[in-house]
Design a protein around this ligand. Structure first.
Ligand SMILES: [Zn+2]
Length: 82
């Protein structure tokens, strides 16, 4: 299937991932590397401590990669560059 999507530069460890607080609805941005190294974070809006499973984070990150890949594969070339 050509070049693996894992080679693409996106969702790197120091990229930020928005986390929406289920309590107040505020979005707190955390670096992906940080999220993968922890299992809880504090909401920047209301101060609630939010817990999560690292496996879930890894799976959702994987899904995000797939979504980007899927979108790119659905593109049509309507006019080539030359
Ligand atoms: Zn909150």
């Amino acid at each position: 299937m050509g070049r693996a999507w894992r080679d693409e530069v996106m969702f790197e460890d120091d990229d930020e991932w928005p986390v929406r607080c289920p309590s107040c609805g505020d979005t707190t941005r955390k670096q992906i590397g940080w999220l993968m190294a922890n299992t809880r974070l504090r909401c920047g809006g209301c101060g609630a401590v939010l817990g999560y499973y690292r496996e879930r984070m890894a799976r959702d990150l994987d899904d995000a990669h797939r979504a980007v890949d899927s979108f790119s594969r659905g593109l049509r070339i309507e006019k080539s560059a030359r």
